[in-house]
Design a protein around this ligand. Structure first.
Ligand SMILES: Cc1cc2nc3c(=O)[nH]c(=O)nc-3n(C[C@H](O)[C@H](O)[C@H](O)COP(=O)(O)O)c2cc1C
Length: 196
């Protein structure tokens, strides 16, 4: 497999930033679909794919979400072209006969709510990261956030699907460089790594 070139690595990692605001450039429904159509190929355990994404594109949907987040985050949600909820379905196992047909993987999770909750959190977090990488790979920017009232988001957006709860949220658009802070440090390998 060939290595990506430096421009691609910069775009996805080294010069990519977390944005607090965006230009007026629009994000289309096709853009949103393209993100999903890329990120869906990345791995989750037993292909569980527990993430349930809600893409808030209208002013009304963004206002509903902004009402559930911290005062600092609310204006970002309202102004972003798209604001995204990355939810997680603790009943993801109901889909395993389709998503992982090789074996009866649903049986591993039937009756084990604790295992399902841990798996949903682990794999939807991964999918949230894949969302970030896919958006950047497609030339978009985002700003993930955990400053919100999860209970309020669950009531506002997942009342009809009680097995789904929010993991984290994000804005999405074409980043405005005027809205970023100075880059925080990223330690060298030795600081947080051990090779044994
Ligand atoms: C899961 C997650 C939650 C975050 N929550 C918030 C938040 O609530 N509000 C905020 O302003 N930034 C939030 N951030 C942004 C981080 O502070 C930012 O991504 C980090 O400092 C790296 O910034 P950089 O990508 O520009 O280097 C969050 C980031 C992540 C990944």
């Amino acid at each position: 497999m060939p290595m990506l070139d430096d421009a691609a690595l910069d775009q996805i990692f080294r010069t990519a930033r977390t944005y607090n605001g965006y230009t007026d450039a629009t994000v289309s429904r096709d853009d949103v679909r393209a993100i999903w159509d890329l990120m869906k190929w990345a791995p989750t355990s037993a292909n569980q794919m527990p993430a349930r994404m809600i893409w808030c594109t209208t002013d009304a949907a963004k206002a509903k979400l902004a009402d559930c987040v911290s005062a600092q985050n609310a204006p970002k949600i309202l102004k972003a072209p798209v604001s995204v909820i990355i939810g997680m379905d603790r009943d993801f196992h109901e889909h395993l006969p389709t998503l992982f047909p090789h074996v009866d993987a649903k049986a591993w999770f039937d009756g084990n709510a604790e295992l399902r909750a841990a798996s949903a959190f682990r794999n939807s977090s991964l999918q949230g990261a894949y969302f970030i990488i896919a958006a950047r790979a497609l030339g978009l920017d985002m700003g993930p956030m955990s400053g919100f009232d999860g209970g309020k988001i669950d009531t506002a957006f997942f009342a009809e699907t009680p097995s789904v709860t929010v993991n984290f949220i994000s804005t999405l658009g074409h980043g405005d460089p005027a809205t970023i802070f100075d880059r925080s440090p990223r330690p060298d390998f030795e600081t947080f790594n051990t090779i044994v």
